[in-house]
Design a protein around this ligand. Structure first.
Ligand code: ADP
Ligand code: ASP
Ligand code: MG
Length: 439
């Protein structure tokens, strides 16, 4: 059997009890040789993730507040894990060094990254595995983008030195030696990078749900797990809000054709979801693979008669967004109308400037920005063959008395995206789920 790389999320490493479960899972299979760990997550719903506590420390230092008391709570999170595990391990020096780094402006990413660093030290100690610091194997370029090739080379060399090792997720190093993190949830990406470098047979991603579910379990009650999903479907779903796996975690393993298995640390016997490059068809009773969505979006609508005849119109609008550092989510357009869906948080501070710049650049008849939009994506490789899927999606939504503001069917025929009012989000997701999944 080949190597398995296993990644455990924050919820799987939130306290000593979970550390024990993790150790049992790792030890149950000697092929589980490389372990990627996240920072301690929430122990109960009102709890705060250690990563968020570290970001808060960084903000406090910026505001010239004293972090002593607040930082002591972070120390206690780790010390209680060590104590409850009965480990003979003193991290006082590490904690002191990190506190110093945070108070002496080592940077926001340095602060955030220490959550996974410390957790991985503890997990390595518990398992009796080696420790590979991500800062010596995960590289970013000068412009902040991830350097996949250099990382793969260095990671390969380092892995060969260890039969068994723990590697902290979420961060790496800039050319000048400072720490940089991926975006939130980025330990999934580290797991995928390690799997590629180890030429693993399988990348197991252990979390707190029994696989990728057909809908967000915080919105739809008890959604069915997905047995098998393709990388492409998964990327659509995770980009559109199914936050179980970071959307960029697909790339390193897809490149190498390594399947990902999403598993539940609290229910290790459940098979979870397999994410694969291609599959042998699909269950005919499962036309859709899943539904996901996100809120907090705004739509910029630009109207101009004969827009379609003006060469370069779209490019100039997108240039304005680029100049203001705004990326767009979707671009559903008509003959004389162009709509650009962007995140409200991204456009909020520069709203007036964006409107003025679009007015100057393309002289439209009108340009408006409306907030309160949510997008829902219905995703499924089975949709190409099943006639009338779009009609069923629209019927289900209107049957729930929800108004559709926008429709965008991806040219890949892998997804149908609908824009709705934010306050209808939960209702619409439930309606779609019920339409396609018979109880
Ligand atoms: P981890 O701490 O293991 O990285 P995350 O919190 O990042 O875990 O991801 C798992 C969570 O993703 C689940 O607890 C669930 O609330 C949420 N989630 C959202 N959409 C889905 C989905 N379609 N299937 C499964 N979980 C989902
Ligand atoms: N701990 C980081 C976060 O909370 C990374 C991760 O969990 O994957 O975003
Ligand atoms: Mg996660």
């Amino acid at each position: 059997m080949g190597i398995k790389v296993v990644k455990f999320g924050g919820s799987s490493l939130a306290d000593a009890e979970h550390f024990r479960r993790v150790a049992a899972i790792v030890k149950a299979d000697p092929n589980r040789r490389y372990v990627v760990a996240s920072a301690p997550g929430k122990r109960y719903s009102e709890d705060v993730k250690v990563t968020d506590m570290l970001y808060r420390c960084y903000e406090m230092v910026r505001n010239r507040e004293d972090i002593t008391e607040y930082y002591a709570q972070i120390c206690e999170r780790y010390n209680s894990i060590i104590r409850d595990l009965g480990l003979n391990f003193d991290i006082t020096g590490e904690l002191e060094y990190i506190r110093n780094g945070i108070t002496h402006h080592s940077g926001r990413d340095f602060a955030a990254s220490r959550g996974e660093y410390l957790n991985s030290l503890i997990l390595a100690k518990l398992l009796g595995f080696g420790f590979i610091d991500a800062e010596s194997v995960v590289y970013f370029r000068e412009d902040g983008t991830f350097d996949g090739e250099k990382t793969n080379e260095e990671m390969k060399k380092e892995l060969q030195r260890f039969e068994y090792a723990v590697i902290p997720g979420f961060y790496g190093v800039m050319p000048n030696g400072t720490i940089k993190t991926f975006s939130r949830g980025g330990s999934d990406i580290t797991g995928s990078i390690v799997a590629r470098a180890a030429e693993a047979e399988l990348y197991e991603n252990w979390t707190d749900v029994s696989g990728f579910l057909m809908a967000d379990p915080r919105i739809v009650q008890d959604p069915q797990p997905i047995k098998e999903v393709t990388y492409r479907e998964l990327r659509e779903l995770s980009y559109m809000g199914a936050s179980v796996l970071h959307e960029d975690a697909i790339f390193p393993v897809r490149y190498a054709g390594i399947p990902i298995n999403i598993r539940n640390t609290n229910e290790p016997e459940a098979p979870g979801t397999m994410i694969v490059s291609a599959t042998n068809g699909y269950d005919t009773d499962k036309i859709i693979t899943g539904v996901a969505g996100k809120k907090g979006l705004s739509v910029i609508t630009i109207e101009k008669d004969m827009m379609n005849a003006e060469i370069g119109f779209g490019r100039r609008v997108l240039e304005v967004l680029e100049d203001h550092d705004i990326s767009f989510e979707h671009l559903p357009s008509g003959v004389d109308t162009m709509s650009v869906v962007v995140s409200t948080a991204g456009v909020d501070a520069v709203r007036e400037r964006v409107i003025n710049a679009i007015n100057r650049s393309v002289r439209p008849d009108s340009v408006v920005i409306e907030d309160g939009l949510a997008l829902l994506a219905v995703v499924g490789r089975g949709m190409v063959k099943a006639k009338g899927t779009a009609a069923r999606v629209f019927d289900a939504i209107s049957g729930a008395d929800v108004n559709i503001r926008m429709i965008d069917q991806g040219s890949s025929e892998l997804n149908i995206i609908v824009g709705i009012e934010e306050h209808d989000f939960e209702k619409a997701m439930n309606a779609i789920y019920r339409e396609f999944v018979k109880a």
